[in-house]
Design a protein around this ligand. Structure first.
Ligand code: CP
Length: 307
């Protein structure tokens, strides 16, 4: 049986193109399971997984929990709000106490970049990074590429633009790594203040004009402005951002071509995307969410094989 090259999923940077293909082929099988009347398999029976979330989440947290339950794992959920973290307990103490209850895998979201990498050096359990600050969000990038593959047949050779707040986005970095490992061309688009200085060193094209970016691409992955991570003003106002970078159906229709529109969520409707664009036939936003469960089932199943 094929197996992953890693025993943790810390980031897309650490995995190989073969790992991505294996995850997709495994997710194809789990997607078939999820379309059956009985959506559950015994693959992770007797495995206990803790979802440890130090930051807010809707999609990722529910999607992991559902994936774990569909695989018949035992699941516990930890949220830092209302926990003893508020009394000063450290990350490592918190996780070691959870592991003392005989937990096998940790799915963790944390606001500090590198937090799951740090943990992986100190604990024996498999770790899945569910988003570490502005660094990586590997399962989001995997479900994004899986959704492109589903809609367009393959990712190789496709032109994908990531539009918006690249500077504060873990989704952007994981997507750049994932798309390039599969042979896609990647562009980033946004105001210069929201593009990291080093971005061209990653081998991506850079564009500040959203119409030109949309004319170039097959797929547009639109990101939200992460006001909660911004320490200063990067643009004059949200109104002005929407004027120059907001995407609506009129703009999409004026391109006179098919385009695949994506967004990792949560959407700020009326800011980066209008409702008529988000809900248009171009959009695969809810397919991304649906595919997230199969992708996370695949990741958990394959990591469990690594012990
Ligand atoms: N896409 C994503 O990570 O959404 P949540 O923050 O709701 O998990």
């Amino acid at each position: 049986m094929q197996e992953l090259s890693v025993r943790h999923l810390l980031g897309i940077k650490e995995i190989t193109p073969q790992d991505i293909q294996l995850i997709f082929e495994t997710a194809d099988n789990f997607k078939d399971v999820l379309n059956r009347p009985i959506k559950k398999v015994p693959s992770l029976r007797d495995i206990t997984i803790a979802n440890v979330f130090f930051e807010n989440s809707t999609r990722t947290r529910l999607s992991f929990e559902l994936a774990e339950k569909r695989l018949s794992a035992d699941v516990i959920n930890f949220s830092s709000s209302g926990s003893s973290v508020k009394k000063g307990e450290t990350l490592l103490d918190t996780v070691n106490n959870i592991l003392a209850m005989k937990v096998d895998m940790i799915v963790m979201r944390h606001s500090s970049p590198g937090a799951p990498h740090f943990l992986s050096k100190h604990i024996p359990a498999n770790i899945v990074n569910a988003g570490d600050g502005t660094h990586e969000h590997p399962t989001q990038a995997l479900l994004d590429s899986f959704s492109i593959r589903e809609r367009l047949g393959e990712v190789a050779g496709k032109k994908v633009v990531i539009i918006g707040d690249i500077l504060h986005s873990r989704v952007a970095l994981s997507n750049i790594f994932a798309l390039q490992k599969q042979g896609a061309e990647v562009m980033v688009c946004g105001p210069m203040t929201l593009l990291p200085k080093y971005i061209q060193q990653l081998g991506v094209k850079v564009e500040t004009n959203v119409r030109k970016a949309l004319e170039w691409c097959d797929v547009a992955n639109v990101l939200r402005i992460q006001l909660e991570r911004q320490q200063m003003k990067y643009f004059p106002s949200l109104r002005e951002y929407t004027l120059y970078y907001g995407i609506d159906k009129k703009l999409l229709d004026s391109l006179n071509k098919e385009i695949v529109l994506m967004h990792p969520g949560p959407i700020n409707r009326g800011v980066e995307l209008s409702s008529d664009a988000a809900d248009s036939h171009h959009s695969i936003i809810l397919n991304q969410v649906e595919n997230g469960v199969a992708i996370r089932m695949a990741v958990l199943f394959l990591l469990a094989q690594k012990g």
